[in-house]
Design a protein around this ligand. Structure first.
Ligand code: AMP
Ligand code: ZN
Ligand code: FE
Ligand code: FE
Length: 287
């Protein structure tokens, strides 16, 4: 292949740097994700489970069979005042002790919280056993989507939306806040695990002033491309990227085929963005 042809092939490649699996609240296993990514010829992907790195070692080992570049990732839940912020970490070491210690502590907090939500639902005559919840979570992070799913299956609510609108959604009758670290702590954890930090879907969670405060904490970049960002928002975020000399990332925030949202390969970013990210990562990680 000539260099020109190779360059054209590379520049037409697509990637997805925001994907959830059964290790958090996604409905597909890492294996299925890789299979789909291979079918639609993604050049690179990152699995970014909520507060969980369980998928990463396995996915990394399988990705070479598919010739897909795999970037180990995570999406850490944090809180800045009353706002929930999601911090994406890329190129993290899934075996980093400090990160693993924190994730174990966080999982325990999630379990305590889920039990409290079940107790509350019981008071509303909705009986969900802990074992049922554990089973549906498939061994990953237990979250409100799993509880909502069981509420639907047991006909306690009409649908997923009903479960959130009336019981589980923020400030609803059975809402229990999640334990969360600050964005600053999340950035430190990601850096300690050798990774770089990106504010996830800022167009959804924060206004411009809040975004500037977060940038001031020392993130490496922001997620500009996300299905919930309008074209205008992407442009606005890119302007901020240039102004503050940041990196940009993007992805589908894929959670599985069952929930509304794009399928793997429907919503992608140009592979060039991954190349820039890798160049940056290599620059800041010089020995
Ligand atoms: P958790 O981490 O347990 O607080 O669950 C967070 C997840 O619940 C989010 O990633 C969404 O998938 C889902 N979620 C939160 N609020 C709503 C809502 N109002 N309607 C539907 N899904 C929601
Ligand atoms: Zn999620
Ligand atoms: Fe998120
Ligand atoms: Fe996400």
């Amino acid at each position: 292949m000539t260099i020109d042809k190779l360059a054209t092939t590379v520049s037409s490649l697509k990637a997805d740097l925001h994907i959830h699996t059964t290790f958090s609240d996604g409905t597909l296993t890492p294996d299925t994700i890789l299979k789909y990514a291979n079918e639609c010829k993604l050049g690179a992907l990152s699995i970014t489970d909520h507060d969980n790195v369980g998928a990463l070692k396995y996915a990394e080992s399988r990705s070479s069979e598919y010739e897909i570049e795999f970037i180990p990732g995570i999406e850490i839940s944090c809180r800045m005042e009353d706002i929930e912020i999601h911090m994406l970490g890329y190129f993290i070491d899934p075996e980093d002790k400090r990160l693993l210690n924190y994730l174990e502590f966080f999982q325990n907090e999630r379990i305590l919280r889920a039990r409290k939500i079940l107790d509350c639902l019981k008071e509303h005559d909705m009986m969900i056993q802990w074992e049922e919840l554990k089973e549906i979570s498939g061994g990953g992070s237990i979250g409100r989507p799993h509880i909502a799913e069981l509420m639907v299956r047991k006909n306690y609510v009409m649908d997923y939306k009903d479960a959130f609108d009336n019981y589980l959604g923020d400030n609803c009758s059975c809402y229990i806040p999640k334990y969360k670290i600050s964005p600053c702590e999340a950035i430190k954890l990601i850096a300690a695990a050798g990774g770089i930090s990106f504010i996830a879907h800022p167009g959804v969670d924060v206004n411009e002033d809040e975004l500037v405060s977060l940038i001031g904490l020392g993130v490496d970049g922001i997620e500009t491309i996300h299905p919930k960002h309008s074209a205008e928002e992407v442009e606005k975020l890119r302007k901020i990227v240039r102004e503050y000399h940041l990196q940009e990332s993007g992805g589908s925030d894929f959670h599985g085929n069952k929930k509304l949202g794009p399928r793997i390969g429907d919503f992608t970013i140009p592979y060039d963005m991954v190349s820039r990210l890798k160049d940056y990562y290599n620059r800041v990680n010089l020995p």
